[in-house]
Write a protein that binds this ligand. Structure first.
Ligand code: ZN
Length: 690
């Protein structure tokens, strides 16, 4: 794909006005995907039974480079790039409809402010000064508590979009109370690390030691921007403080355990359970409600440990720590020297990405982040035709029916457990394309020429939107994502699913395309999301979203044994000689892949019985189904990004997700897999969970 400076260059030249950069510019030309499987990307010299991922993808992987501004690339990345170009066109068009549409003005002003690099350079660190002054004014622990509370944001999500990471010291998630599904609760999470996971601070390997040294240099550079003297010494103290925070942090694997996380604390309990932070001052500054409010404290010993550090570590170190994070968090809206320094560490050192994305791509992402629904409404109108929605909804119902049949046919499951599972399946709320209701942005203030302030206000607007849910009935129709997101989501406690419009198009789906391809590509993703309601986490929520064991003892034991076999299967995959996939950390996703694949296979069979199946020149329908699945996971990674994914992602690397086919009997028949081939599993070792 070509890249040029079209928008960036012209916009700098003309200030905040969107230049009439024509749609014919190479930057925004939309790539097209041929329908069906990509035969040219396969490698027929590889035996499907030895490496199905390579058989389906090796030729594409060999002939395509990861673009310089990405850490990974493949089917999902290609579609993300297409959507980004469409959004750039959409945002550009919003300048023409400003008078009629107040939201169009918000979109235009947010984006144009971001693109006005000249003005951002001119302002320097000026916009950050009020925050730096507030940090300088922290002269006692009470002030520290007030500052931390004031900076709390709704920036994590434990179950739906599974974002456990926040660079704020604590993260907040407002969601359905797992014990009382009729109301919302505030969930408090650990946070505060500048690097992606505790292992980056604690692992004694040479590789991690090198990253830590580079991080300390980066911290010193950021402190220097803020005018901090003796930055090298003070940076070392900040990194040591973060190391202590990492020591009390829970691992990603432990954080995924819902039963360990569902701890209810009253607001008044915090002072005795986590002494060290003035919680009263903290909660008041965070505008969280009164003494009777119940909180869910996800990693209690971590919250206690961080609170103790607030009391024990020198205030001066805390101030430097806050200066660092004030800069890191807002770097995208500051001058390019700050942007470049941040990218050199977070992009290149941590992810291996050589080049920063061109400015218009960052502008599209920032606008999307701030005004997701306003942009998404336009995206869905323009790019998601009613025929696509109808066809996907039809496939969803076929998949639901196939899942129901699977439940009926499970020999080991007791009738009462089956009845609960089916109740859950029937009430599962499936959102296709876009939400039923759109967010109202009328109270959000976006000002032309104030990129920094716009970001701050948009983040606060989101925080207030989330806080406002407390005390109101749970809205099961609300989405956790936007229509223009290339992904799909299960909301286990809400017993709901979101399939964004941007995912429901080639190369995953075409409304009138080959059924084998549609079921193998998007059908397995839909099946995957449905089955999250029944994976190791989904299986502990009932149909109302209450965290409740609805299993008999024997059924649960059987389920756990099957899960343990899948853990072993994935523990054996080694992307690097010194680093294996964590089968426990990725268990939920792996169960969802196995179940999604087998249910989609049956749904395909229900729609196209063997007698009606059309072969094309080279492949039977069943072969096209499995190839489409393996091509979903066509991805190449830069090594550092792959290492980070193995350590922090709930999903196994894509290559191993493609190998899930080895658990499905139909795959063995379709490709004539032999017992001497690498992926072969004896029937007894194939994991069947649903
Ligand atoms: Zn998933």
């Amino acid at each position: 794909m070509m890249r040029s400076m079209c928008w960036g260059g012209l916009l700098v030249a003309v200030g905040v006005t969107l230049a009439p950069c024509t749609l014919a510019a190479p930057e925004f030309r939309e790539p097209t995907f041929p329908p069906g499987i990509d035969v040219s990307g396969m490698d027929s010299t590889v035996a499907p039974g030895d490496n199905f991922f390579s058989y389906a993808n090796a030729s594409w992987l060999k002939h395509n480079e990861i673009p310089a501004d990405r850490s990974s690339y493949g089917t999902w990345g290609l579609l993300q790039e297409l959507v980004k170009r469409r959004l750039a066109n959409l945002i550009q068009d919003s300048s023409g409809e400003q008078s009629a549409q107040p939201e169009a003005r918000l979109i235009h002003d947010y984006y144009a402010s971001f693109m006005d690099e000249e003005r951002i350079e001119g302002l320097g660190l000026g916009p950050l000064q009020p925050i730096l002054q507030a940090i300088e004014g922290i002269t006692d622990r009470r002030n520290l508590a007030r500052f931390l509370g004031g900076k709390l944001r709704a920036d994590v999500d434990i179950l739906n979009a599974t974002n456990f990471y926040t660079d704020n010291l604590f993260g907040l998630w407002i969601a359905q109370d797992l014990d009382h599904p009729d109301r919302y609760a505030p969930f408090l999470l650990q946070g505060g690390l500048g690097m992606p996971d505790r292992s980056y601070y604690l692992e004694p390997t040479a590789r991690m030691a090198e990253i830590r040294a580079k991080y300390t240099t980066h911290v010193a550079a950021m402190l220097t921007f803020a005018g901090v003297s003796d930055a090298a010494t003070r940076a070392a103290k900040v990194v040591e403080l973060e190391r202590r925070i990492a020591t009390v942090h829970w691992s990603r694997e432990a954080s995924e355990d819902v039963l360990k996380g569902d701890n209810h604390w009253r607001r008044r309990d915090f002072a005795s359970k986590a002494p060290g932070l003035d919680w009263k001052v903290f909660f008041a500054a965070a505008q969280l409600p009164g003494d009777q409010q119940d909180f869910v404290v996800w990693q209690p010993s971590s919250i206690t440990g961080i609170a103790a550090l607030i009391a024990s570590e020198p205030l001066a170190t805390w101030r430097d720590y806050l200066v660092l994070h004030a800069l890191e968090h807002r770097a995208a809206f500051l001058p390019k020297a700050v942007v470049a320094e941040r990218f050199a560490f977070h992009g290149t050192t941590l992810m291996g990405t050589p080049e920063l994305r061109v400015r218009w791509k960052r502008g599209v992402d920032a606008t999307n982040e701030a005004l997701g629904d306003a942009v998404g409404k336009r995206y869905a109108e323009r790019y998601f035709p009613p025929a696509a929605k109808t066809r996907v909804e039809q496939m969803v119902e076929r998949l639901r029916a196939a899942f129901s049949k699977h439940i009926d046919s499970l020999e080991w499951m007791a009738p009462e457990t089956k009845a609960s599972a089916k109740a859950k399946l029937v009430t599962l709320k499936v959102g296709v394309g876009y939400p039923e209701h759109w967010r109202d942005y009328s109270t959000l203030k976006i000002e032309a020429g104030d990129a920094f302030g716009n970001f701050e206000r948009a983040e606060l607007f989101e925080y207030h939107h989330q806080l406002a849910k407390l005390g109101h009935p749970v809205d099961r129709s609300e989405w956790v994502t936007t229509p223009q997101t290339v992904n799909a989501f299960n909301l286990p406690a809400m017993n709901a699913i979101n399939f964004p419009a941007a995912t429901l198009q080639p190369p995953f789906f075409s409304p009138d395309g080959d059924a084998a391809h549609n079921y193998g590509a998007i059908g397995t993703i839909i099946g995957h999301e449905i089955s999250h309601s029944f994976d190791d986490q989904g299986a502990i929520f009932d149909a109302t979203g209450r965290l409740r064991n609805w299993w008999t003892q024997e059924d649960l034991a059987h389920f756990r044994t099957a899960g343990a076999r899948l853990v072993q299967q994935f523990n054996a995959y080694r992307p690097f000689p010194d680093l294996a996939v964590n089968g426990q950390q990725t268990l939920s996703e792996n169960i969802a892949d196995v179940a999604g694949l087998s249910v989609a296979f049956d749904a395909y069979r229900a729609e196209v019985p063997q007698s009606l199946e059309s072969g094309d020149d080279r492949f039977t329908g069943v072969q096209r189904f499995f190839l489409s699945y393996a091509q979903n996971w066509r991805t190449k990674f830069r090594d550092p990004a792959l290492r980070m994914a193995v350590l922090t992602d709930g999903h196994a690397p894509d290559e191993y997700r493609a190998s899930t086919v080895r658990n499905i009997d139909g795959w063995y028949e379709a490709f004539g897999i032999r017992a001497d081939q690498a992926l072969y599993l004896p029937p007894a070792d194939r994991v069947r969970i649903w």
